[in-house]
Design a protein around this ligand. Structure first.
Ligand code: NCD
Length: 298
């Protein structure tokens, strides 16, 4: 693996081998050393979890790690992201973790660099967020190891969610039993490649093992896009009552950050069925596995 850009480029075997390596890192803190490599994280959109967990993962693997944010980099002076990356590459950095509002930008950068450079997509527009899907799958497997029996619901603003796109691709690739996309009509997927779309929360959550709740991504709404909070809460919020439609042992996930008391109640976020902080914890180990897999080949 040279770059990590999209779930679609991974085989089922590769997905499971990365998860197993991440579990190994979680269980045994004797990590390999990659101290001749240097990682730059370039985040042109906000991030807490993704960025910090990449930096911690790099530090566990003894990489030198540096970071730039959109508003302090030379992009603000008109430099293109590619010029910025080539500049950092000239300094000797060889791993670039990129988050940008423009779809396809990490892939474009990846294909414009030399053989020894690696790019990880940390979220491009509404297109893909493959490392998040991987850490979500790792978390699911810890609680629900029978993949072919899994019934999963993705709930909420699927339309603007790059996380949902990557999860849909991953669930199809690994062959889960059933995927439901539970969304209001105006926040449904642009195209549903896998999974059944339903606008009924009760029907969508019925008997599922996993509920993945998405953030309502207001910053990606069109200017005139109408959104009624009260109606959204009434019809799509994850509450004690609506969670009872799922299996009694169903787990709850959310990529974060959560809009508490909008798409999900605090009682659920902080409740016993929530795996939200475990997702965050697993994110470090999963990103270590991904970084290692890229650097092992160079
Ligand atoms: C997600 C993102 O930025 O795409 N967050 C994350 O990486 N944990 C989801 C979101 O912003 O809602």
């Amino acid at each position: 693996m040279k770059h990590f850009l999209d779930i679609n480029t991974l085989s089922k075997e590769k997905i499971f081998s990365l998860v197993s390596r991440a579990h190994h890192f979680k269980a045994d803190p004797h990590y390999p050393v990659f101290n001749t490599h240097a990682m730059a994280s370039l985040f042109y959109e906000n991030s807490t979890r993704t960025r910090m967990s990449f930096e911690l993962a790099a530090s566990h693997l003894s990489l030198k790690a540096f970071s730039l944010s959109g508003n302090i980099s030379s992009e603000a002076k008109g430099e293109t992201v590619l010029d910025t990356v080539k500049t950092l590459r000239a300094m000797g950095m060889n791993l670039f973790v990129i988050r940008h509002r423009e779809e396809g930008l990490p892939a474009y950068i990846a294909h414009s660099l030399d053989e020894e450079a690696h790019v990880i997509n940390a979220g491009d527009g509404t297109s893909a967020h493959p490392t998040q899907a991987m850490l979500d799958f790792m978390t699911i497997l810890e609680k629900k190891p029978r993949v072919d029996a899994l019934k999963i619901a993705i709930l909420g603003d699927v339309r603007h969610s790059r996380v949902a796109n990557s999860l849909i691709a991953l669930f199809e690739r690994v062959g889960i039993s059933e995927l439901r996309l539970v969304t209001p009509p105006h926040l449904g997927p642009k195209e549903a490649l896998f999974g059944k779309v339903t606008h009924s929360l009760e029907e969508g959550l019925k008997d599922v093992d996993v509920v993945i709740c998405l953030r309502v991504q207001f910053e990606r709404f069109a200017e005139n896009e109408h959104f009624d909070r009260a109606i959204y809460r009434r019809d799509y919020a994850l509450t004690e009552k609506t969670l009872s439609y799922a299996r009694p042992d169903a787990i709850v996930m959310h990529p974060g950050p959560c809009n508490r008391e909008l798409e999900i109640d605090s009682a659920i976020v902080d409740g016993p069925r929530s795996c939200i902080l475990e997702q965050v914890r697993n994110g470090v180990f999963m990103r270590m596995a991904i970084i290692e897999s890229l650097l092992k080949r160079s």
